[in-house]
Design a protein around this ligand. Structure first.
Ligand code: ADP
Ligand code: G6P
Length: 485
């Protein structure tokens, strides 16, 4: 089979909170598309486009006129979503007040911290929950309309793929409404963040409803086995479902739901190409320890800065020779003061311990930063997977390569075995791990990086999408594809 062809048998509908692009108004007041970044878009867009599928999601702007058409992509657009025609896009329209309470309230102030095992940061408000229910109903209704519009071919069931913590209720409603209308379909769900242990999950007052919503699917996917086991455990303890832990099965309402670990990958070859082309970004005299994150409390940036400070205290031989470059996409501002303190304490006229880029950088620049850094420091306090760790190793094309440090509390820490593992909460040890990375012999660096790169190349984003489709029984074979096309 040709590995480049990834498509689903039957039609496909992807449902996610954000569409793969956001709409903005230009100076003339016309709507224009701007590509959304991130793993979900890169991974899923080609499958939807190859399979002539549909995408249901929020367009990133509140549209007053429900009939205002979605614009086509700009001819200069080279992002994966450029091939997605507007007729294939269903923009979900939600009242702005409900949307705010659903997205900022329930999704980001409740589920995000709770599912990252930080319950003290979570708020539990009935109003937010009601909005979450309403918003999920809206997404489910739009998906049903899309399902009704699809052409039907004998023996093929459309595949509906629902994504992430924003939409944990939608699947069950889609299933019920489709059953009532006699529309057969397959339903799959993938959670891009961790699924927490039962003792954390049950803090959510409406946790039963969440499980029932997800169990509306035929298959529920998570990044790693631990999240699968947490989910199975919650189904048994909250809902009293019969479960099979060995085979990861949950019985619910006379159906058997499959639960599967499907670790997401990156477009490995694309990052290699970018790294091969990008000009050098650093001089050769200093070593760079690199962090790349959205500015979010789960990413452990304060702990990272403390560990770097400890490194300079305990190993002053690095002063003047090593800098921490933190690239952070704006989302919070609370770390800035701390970094200013550290910068003031160690800076010399020719050297600063910390360089801080506050904003989004382009992918070619990012590839150059990854390639030219001595150490990739990926130390979240908790993270579903963490794509930065994978992008870093893809771009390590220099010989000898750099060293990856990963937190054991990221999904990537479970699978990238040859990385150095560093517990971000243990500041002294974390600083020693950075020292070890900076002083690691060349042959050990080469050996570790070769294994890491080989695994990520094999388990790239195409592999992830294919694994999902195969788990749904919807993977097109090369023969099928030749017949279609
Ligand atoms: P999360 O999904 O929680 O943000 P991931 O590490 O899984 O974390 O994914 C983050 C994605 O965002 C990666 O693809 C990374 O390249 C990108 N990214 C993170 N920071 C920046 C930045 N400052 N500029 C551009 N892209 C960034
Ligand atoms: C995480 C989530 C995604 C989300 C992304 C950016 O990766 O798993 O679903 O799209 O963060 O967050 P935002 O709220 O800006 O969409």
């Amino acid at each position: 089979m040709n590995v480049d062809v990834v498509a689903s048998t039957g039609s496909m509908i992807v449902v996610s909170n954000r569409l793969p692009f956001v709409l903005q108004r230009n100076k003339e007041g016309n709507l224009v598309r701007k590509a959304s970044a991130g793993g979900l878009v890169t991974a899923v867009a080609p499958v939807v486009i190859n399979g002539n599928g549909l995408w249901v999601g929020w367009p990133g702007i509140h549209l007053d006129d429900p009939n205002e058409p979605i614009p086509e992509s700009d001819p200069s657009d080279i992002t994966p979503t450029a091939g997605l025609k507007s007729e294939k896009v269903i923009a979900v329209r939600i009242d702005p007040i409900i949307f705010d309470s659903y997205y900022n309230g329930c999704c980001n102030a409740t589920f995000w911290p709770l599912f990252h095992s930080m319950p003290d940061r979570a708020t539990f408000k009935g109003e937010h929950w009601k909005s979450y229910v309403k918003a999920n109903k809206e997404f489910a209704d739009c998906t049903l309309k899309a399902l009704k519009s699809l052409p039907r071919h004998a023996g093929e069931f459309p595949l509906i793929w629902v994504h992430d913590y924003h939409l944990m209720l939608a699947a069950n409603w889609i299933r019920q409404a489709a059953d009532d209308l006699g529309l057969q379909c397959k339903l799959g769900f993938f959670l891009h963040i961790p699924f927490p242990p039962w003792d954390i999950f049950r803090l959510f007052p409406w946790s039963d409803e969440i499980l029932q919503g997800m169990l509306g699917c035929d298959m529920v996917g998570f990044h790693i086995a631990d999240y699968c086991l947490n989910f199975v455990d919650c189904c048994q303890r909250n809902l009293g479902c019969r479960v099979d832990r060995k085979n990861l099965l949950v019985e619910q309402g006379g159906r058997t739901v499959r639960v599967r670990p499907l670790p997401i990958g990156i477009p490995f070859e694309r990052f290699v190409e970018l790294a091969e082309k990008a000009p050098r970004v650093f001089g050769t005299t200093q070593k760079i320890v690199l962090g790349v994150d959205r500015l979010d409390y789960t990413k452990g940036l304060v702990h990272r800065l403390r560990a770097f400070e400890k490194l300079l205290e305990n190993h002053p031989e690095h002063i003047g020779k090593v800098s921490l470059l933190q690239i952070a996409v704006p989302s919070r501002t609370d770390v800035k003061d701390w970094s200013a303190e550290l910068t003031g304490r160690f800076t010399t006229p020719n050297w600063s311990p910390i360089r801080y880029i506050y904003g989004c950088v382009s992918q070619d620049e990012l590839a150059a930063f990854y390639r030219d850094s001595a150490v990739g420091l990926v130390t979240p306090l908790r993270d579903g997977m963490n794509l930065v760790a994978k992008e870093f190793v893809a771009c390590q094309i220099n010989i000898p390569p750099g060293v990856l440090i990963v937190s054991p509390f990221a999904g990537a820490g479970e699978t990238m075995h040859e990385a150095l593992i560093s517990n971000p909460y243990e500041i002294d040890d974390a600083s020693e791990v950075i020292h070890r990375a900076l002083t690691m012999p060349e042959d050990e660096r080469i050996l570790r990086m070769n294994y890491l790169r080989r695994r990520e190349k094999l388990n790239d984003v195409n592999y992830w999408t294919k694994s999902f489709l195969a788990a749904m029984g919807s993977l097109v074979t090369q023969e099928d594809h030749d017949d279609i096309g």
